[in-house]
Design a protein around this ligand. Sequence first.
Ligand SMILES: NC(=O)c1ccc[n+]([C@@H]2O[C@H](COP(=O)([O-])OP(=O)(O)OC[C@H]3O[C@@H](n4cnc5c(N)ncnc54)[C@H](OP(=O)(O)O)[C@@H]3O)[C@@H](O)[C@H]2O)c1
Length: 233
Amino acid sequence: MEGLKVLVTGSTCGIGLHTAKIIFKKGATVILTCRDEVRGRRAVESLLVGVKEEDVAKESERIHLFTLDVTNYNSICEFTDEVSKMFKYIHVIINNAGIMGVPFELSVDGIEMHFATNGFGHYVVVERLLPLLLKTNRPDFKSRVIVVSSGLYRNAETIPQVSKLLGQKTYEYSSKQAYAFSKLANCLYTVALAKMLEPHNVGVYCVRPGFVNGTKLGRETHWFLRALAAPLI
Ligand SMILES: NC(=O)c1ccc[n+]([C@@H]2O[C@H](COP(=O)([O-])OP(=O)(O)OC[C@H]3O[C@@H](n4cnc5c(N)ncnc54)[C@H](OP(=O)(O)O)[C@@H]3O)[C@@H](O)[C@H]2O)c1
């Protein structure tokens, strides 16, 4: 992966952090995102664990940390503007940042939180970074977008009306359904974007990671349920 530039959203912990670590070890330049600078710095440090003291300064040049809240349009615009100024190319975008099981809440832009985080915000990030993905300098590597979905997409019972996602109508909110729908949206988005980008030789793939223990995704889940589920996971 040497020479490739890889963006991983939500890289302060969990799957995003471990993905960034592996990709960094394989020689890529990694673009990390955080909402909280302290957590972001900690992530950067953990990527450098094991790097020889004399190589730290040089290796650090392959790590770039940005602030991004994918539920906030202004934050997305600032982030994508900064990235576009700093980089000519991005070879891989990994839409990883996610939340699960949060009570009903609207983002600052008025969008239901699961959909805003797991789906819509990433759609805007990718739209705004497409020029960097399309003009590649590496004909030997097929640039790609990787969307981290979940097998729980299958639990989505309905596709909610847009007015519900925008909080304009009261409805019986279920955090499980909201998560499932956001992950179904990931799958549908992948299919649509893959078709759109096929002529440009950019791949779009959806990943189902399975149950991954030790991440912070279940922070809203009751501790007792988490303890029960842990051995199964
Ligand atoms: N763990 C599993 O078993 C599992 C299974 C299937 C799918 N997945 C999917 O895998 C992805 C990663 O999950 P995980 O288990 O690694 O969860 P995690 O440990 O909670 O990590 C989530 C990451 O997303 C970031 N994030 C949350 N809201 C954000 C926002 N508004 N803007 C920017 N970043 C935000 C978090 O940053 P902060 O540090 O700021 O909170 C964190 O870095 C998610 O899309 C999830 O749906 C996980």
